[in-house]
Design a protein around this ligand. Structure first.
Ligand code: COA
Length: 315
């Protein structure tokens, strides 16, 4: 497949580290040094599905496609206000899609998992024009009294329209099941028959374990994917890495031995927006005119599960 258009959409409310230091025991110095984050966009009066629709319509417009042209729609999402129907159905109804649609929950690497599903559908001859929307609101998963998690996240949506082409050179997905590293537990409706004890637990994270996994998984994914494709690092134009933490990105950069100039980032302005992160960064770089035809882009993302993935794509 080939990327024909990109789009993104962010909540209007911008929360700085100094804003956070007024509501919890933290500081701009701590957050900046440990994460590289300065501000994040946080949902206040918006609906996540409206951000998703905005991103999708922008990507469709850039691709020169209408909703009727789309034959398959994949929405990557961890949490939203609906249990059912799927977020992809809600977005479809708002923007006028009528093709089959699915939600996938693969946490932060959701874009790469979505790309793999899209590529497989295309190669199986099931669809030529595919829309991917990654929409996440991780700020709604945190306890905002917990400074160890709430300062890390931001909300948003990014979208990509794919059409026929052979620009996806390779995708590798990886799973290391460890559900205790990043998790949130939501209480379901009660019934007259429930006798087990149940709990509502906001986002919990073993930060240092996740940090190590992210760096190890990303560098191993990238090295093995490039080796498999016979592509040298010198041929890579840009690495679009999940924007979780600047220190994670710096460590990946150092292990790969690649220069800063190949790693565009927006972590300072957005925080970690889960699966939306790679697609928002892609769209921002695209709008800045960063990519030229033939550029090789390497996407790498990692997160809860634990899951990770890498994709190599020619622009
Ligand atoms: N402000 C001020 N102090 C804070 C703080 C905050 N927001 N959050 C934690 N601290 C404190 C801790 O309480 C601790 O204090 P103590 O030593 O008195 O107990 C101290 O800072 C160090 O905490 P620690 O958790 O060991 O820090 P760290 O160096 O591991 O950094 C993370 C924490 C979360 C920034 C880091 O582990 C990380 O980036 N992990 C990966 C997270 C991530 O990206 N997850 C998503 C992946 S998809």
């Amino acid at each position: 497949m080939k990327i024909l258009g990109t789009g993104s959409s962010l909540p209007h409310k911008v929360v700085s580290n100094d804003d956070l230091s007024k509501i919890m025991d933290t500081s701009d110095e701590w957050i900046s040094q440990r994460t590289g984050i300065k501000v994040r966009h946080v949902i206040s009066d918006e609906l996540l599905e409206d951000l998703a629709c905005d991103a999708a319509l922008k990507a469709l417009s850039m691709a020169g496609k209408t909703p009727q042209d789309i034959e398959f729609f994949i929405c990557s999402n961890v949490v939203n206000e609906y249990t059912t129907p799927s977020l992809s159905c809600i977005i479809s109804s708002k923007i006028g899609l009528s093709c089959p649609c699915i939600d996938i929950n693969c946490a932060c690497p959701g874009f790469i998992f979505s790309l793999d599903v899209a590529d497989s559908y295309y190669k199986a001859g099931k669809a030529n024009n595919i829309l991917i929307v990654c929409a996440d609101e991780p700020t709604r998963m945190c306890d905002w009294n917990d400074r160890t998690t709430s300062v890390l996240f931001g909300d948003g949506a990014g979208a990509v329209v794919l059409g026929p082409g052979d620009n996806i050179k390779g995708i590798q997905l990886h799973s290391l099941p460890a559900p205790d590293k990043i998790w949130q537990h939501r209480l379901l409706e009660s019934t007259p028959f429930i006798t087990k004890s149940e709990m509502n637990v906001p986002l919990q994270m073993k930060g240092r374990d996740v940090f190590k996994f992210a760096v190890n998984a990303s560098t191993a994914d990238v090295e093995s994917m490039l080796a498999k494709l016979g592509i040298s690092k010198g041929e890579v134009s840009y690495y679009i890495v999940h924007q979780a933490n600047m220190r994670i990105i710096d460590a990946i950069k150092n292990y790969l031995g690649e220069p800063d100039s190949k790693f565009p980032t927006n972590i300072a302005d957005h925080g970690n927006s889960s699966s939306a992160s790679c697609t928002i960064l892609l769209d921002e770089c695209n709008h800045n005119g960063m990519f030229k035809s033939g550029d090789l882009l390497v996407f790498s993302a990692f997160g809860a599960g634990l899951l990770s993935g890498v994709a190599v794509l020619e622009w």
